[in-house]
Design a protein around this ligand. Structure first.
Ligand code: TMP
Length: 208
C-alpha cells in the first residue's frame, strides 16, 4: 500500500526544524517507518540545485529561473526520493514542498499560481500531500524569536516586505486548499506546538 505524504510549511524562523525533530522523535517512539526529507534537497542532485538557488552570490537570478530551478529540483525529489519511499509504504515527511513555490514564487515574487502549477505539473497533480501543516506565525514574530539574525542566504536577504508577502500568500493558500492544508498555532511553547502537530495528524489518521 502506498505510504502517506506529509509536508511542512511556513515562513523563515517559525521553528519548523525544531518541530520536525519533535515529530521524528514521536514517530520513532511509536515505531513508524518514516522518511524525513527536505526541499529543495533530499538527494545529491536536488541538493546541488539548492546550492545554486540559495547562494548569496546569485543575486542576478531572475524570478522565473528561480521558480524553474525549484521545479527541476522537485522533479528529481519526487522520482528519486519521495515516490520510491511511498511505494515502500513509508510515511514521507518533507520540510517544504510545492506550497513553498506557490507562496514564495507564485505570490511573493508575483509569478502567479497558474505559472507555478504549470511548471510543477507532476507534483501538483499526482503527488499532492495527504496533509500540509502550515506553521502559522508572521515573519515579524518569527524574526523576533530568532533573535533578529538571518542566515544570509539569497531568499532570507529579500527583506521583511517580501516575507510579509510570503505569509499573505500562505494565508491565501489555506483558503485555496482547505481540506489539505492545516494551520498550526505555534504562538505557544515548543511542547504546545508539538502537541498541536501530533493532534492534527492523528485527527486525519495519518499517524498513530
Ligand atoms: P529552508 O531554509 O526552510 O530549508 O528553505 C529554503 C528556502 O527556499 C526558504 O527561504 C524557502 C525557499 N523556497 C522557495 O522559495 N520556494 C520553494 O519552492 C521551496 C521549496 C523553498
Amino acid at each position: 500500500m502506498r505510504g502517506k505524504f506529509i509536508t511542512l510549511e511556513g515562513c523563515e524562523g517559525v521553528g519548523k526544524s525544531r518541530q520536525i525533530r519533535e515529530l521524528a522523535a514521536y514517530l520513532t517512539q511509536k515505531g513508524v517507518d518514516f522518511l524525513l526529507t527536505r526541499e529543495p534537497g533530499g538527494n545529491p542532485i536536488s541538493e546541488q540545485i539548492r546550492e545554486v538557488i540559495l547562494s548569496g552570490k546569485n543575486t542576478a537570478m531572475c524570478d522565473e529561473c528561480e521558480a524553474l530551478l525549484y521545479a527541476a529540483s522537485r522533479e528529481q525529489f519526487l522520482r528519486e526520493t519521495v515516490i520510491p519511499a511511498l511505494n515502500e509504504g513509508k510515511l514521507v515527511i518533507s520540510d517544504r514542498f510545492v506550497h513553498s513555490s506557490f507562496a514564495y514564487q507564485g505570490y511573493a515574487r508575483g509569478l502567479g499560481l497558474d505559472f507555478i502549477e504549470a511548471i510543477n505539473r507532476t507534483a501538483v497533480t499526482e503527488y499532492m500531500p495527504d496533509c500540509t501543516l502550515f506553521f502559522n506565525l508572521s515573519p515579524t514574530e518569527a524574526f523576533k524569536r530568532k533573535g533578529g539574525v538571518d542566515k544570509g542566504d539569497r531568499v532570507e536577504l529579500a527583506g521583511m516586505e517580501f516575507h510579509e508577502k510570503v505569509y499573505a500568500g500562505y494565508l491565501a493558500l489555506l483558503d485555496r486548499f482547505p481540506h489539505q492544508m492545516v494551520s498550526i498555532d505555534c504562538s505557544g511553547s515548543v511542547q504546545n506546538t508539538a502537541n498541536n502537530v501530533v493532534s492534527a495528524l492523528k485527527q486525519r489518521n495519518l499517524i498513530p
